[in-house]
Design a protein around this ligand. Structure first.
Ligand code: NDP
Length: 461
């Protein structure tokens, strides 16, 4: 049982626990073999027991039974032709999980590992994350098992056009607003926006976020998830009278989230000594040269191993998991789900890690989270720590609706305020429900309550 240490098992607590366990059994039965989805549900359910004990009205309204069932799950065929004229068929997904507080909002992931379980875990988490941002956005997620690695620009364009041809039937600025995620960056969003516009015959800027700044995108969106993660960890450290200054930091991944987490952590005086991609990690004791990483990954689309050709004191180690054996004060997992397993967590703790900020979605297993909490490591869970990306996506939607553009400084200031609010609301909820300092419980409860209250107000739908 993760993160919940009950002190007094009152009758209310026992009832709440039984309710949560029953719904969890139902989730497992109905969604067999969807392990990532089970894991995400379990983490949230365990946190919510004190809420149901205090407010049984949520049980009476069947809130959990309704929340775990997506409002809509769409799967579709994505046929496309490669540069040699060969036909390929991928599978596309969009889960429209919950629209109680706003239009569905959540990224699109293109990665061979994508399946219904991955999309549902991401979509489920997104409900609570979006609620935590304080903005009017519901939860959704999507993607495809398409692998963008090694594809030409033309192949990427043909695939994304085919993907959008079907997806366009289900999205819109007031219904569902996708964005990027793993494998979906500025290039893919550009092609998808072009195809959507062509199909609709109208310029609906608010249908996608993460657009280029020249055609409706927001300044600061590219940086938002990485910067936001660092701002969140900064708040955790500040509460302990500490900061990033002089700290050694390890950040996994070398994509969108990692790049801007490296940038902000460095700006705040830390030394980031390692980052990775799916083939391995680099260790540079002098501190990572971010210009090289950006050029290799964003422009040349090469492997991170090439870094050591230009920085000869750095080392490349094959296998991305080993990155957590590097001693550090702060670890920011920013690559993918379940990248910190219990053995990695043990190494991090043994090496004296002080704080973890989850830039990726669900990067730590439930056992790893428990170990961090038991050892008083400051722990910023994904739905709170990485919510800066979707928060700035909502700011992009607001700018599109108002047909205006804010400056980078204006967006960055709003992002910092949002991350502070998320931190404070999570701390307060954890305290109110008897688990002071536990941000896993705090973030889950703070995100849940707003959505649950809206669902009750709107009736059984
Ligand atoms: P990118 O595709 O830009 O980068 C992903 C990085 O992680 C790459 O370096 C990639 O390596 C590595 N990676 C991907 N899959 C694996 C794997 N199975 N094992 C090891 N490394 C892997 O994605 P993002 O930076 O956008 O996303 C990273 C994480 O952050 C994801 O969990 C995503 O859901 C989450 N997130 C992203 C947001 C955003 O705004 N982009 C918002 C909130 C959360 P390689 O180059 O070899 O593929």
């Amino acid at each position: 049982m993760t993160t919940l240490q009950e002190t007094k098992p009152t009758k209310e607590m026992l009832n709440a626990k039984e309710y949560v366990n029953n719904v969890f059994e139902l989730v497992k039965q109905r969604n067999s073999n969807e392990n990532e989805f089970h894991q995400a549900v379990k983490e949230i359910f365990d946190s919510l027991v004190p809420v149901f004990a205090k407010k049984p009205i949520y049980m009476e309204h069947g809130i959990l039974e309704r929340m775990v069932e997506p409002e809509r799950m769409i799967t579709f065929r994505v046929p496309w032709v490669d540069d040699n004229g060969k036909v390929h068929v991928n599978r596309g997904f969009r889960v429209q999980f919950n629209s109680a507080i706003g239009p569905y909002k959540g990224g699109l992931r293109f990665h061979p590992s994508v399946n219904a379980s991955i999309i549902k875990f991401l979509g489920f988490e997104q409900i609570f994350k979006n609620s935590l941002t304080g903005q009017p956005i519901g939860g959704g997620k999507g993607g495809s098992d398409f692998d963008p690695k090694g594809k030409s620009d033309n192949e990427i364009m043909r695939f994304t056009q085919s993907f959008m041809t079907e997806l366009s039937k289900h999205i819109g600025p007031d219904t569902d607003v996708p964005a990027g995620d793993i494998g979906v960056g500025a290039r893919e969003i550009g092609y998808m926006f072009g195809q959507y516009k062509r199909l609709r015959g109208a310029y609906e800027a608010g249908v996608l976020t993460g657009k280029g700044v020249g055609y409706g995108g927001s300044l600061g969106r590219t940086e938002a998830t990485g910067y936001g993660t660092v701002y969140f960890v900064q708040e955790m450290l500040k509460d302990k009278g500490d900061s990033f200054e002089g700290k050694t930091v390890v950040i996994s991944g070398s994509g969108n989230v990692s790049t801007y987490a490296i940038e902000k952590a460095t700006e705040l005086g830390a030394k980031v000594v390692a980052c990775s991609d799916s083939s391995g990690y680099i260790y540079d004791k002098n501190g990572i040269n971010l210009d090289t990483v950006k050029r290799l990954k964003e422009v040349e689309r090469k492997r991170i191993s090439e870094y050591v050709n230009e920085h000869t004191e750095a080392e490349f180690v094959e296998g991305c998991g080993g990155i957590w054996s590097i001693p550090c004060d702060i670890a920011l997992p920013c690559a993918t789900q379940n990248e910190i397993e219990i053995a990695d967590a043990k190494l991090l703790v043994a090496n004296g890690v002080k704080a973890i900020g989850e830039g990726a979605n669900m990067p730590s297993t439930l056992e790893a989270i428990d170990l961090f909490l038991e050892n008083n490591v400051l722990f910023g869970p994904a739905k709170a720590a990485n919510a800066g990306g979707v928060a700035v996506s909502a700011l992009e939607m607001a700018q599109n609706s108002a047909r205006l553009n804010w400056t980078f400084a204006e967006v960055d200031e709003k992002l910092q305020e949002i991350m502070k609010d998320i931190y404070r609301n999570s701390v307060n909820a954890a305290e109110e429900y008897g688990h002071p300092g536990n941000l896993v419980i705090g973030a889950n409860i703070a995100g849940f309550v707003k959505v649950a209250d809206a669902m009750i107000t709107q009736g059984v739908i």
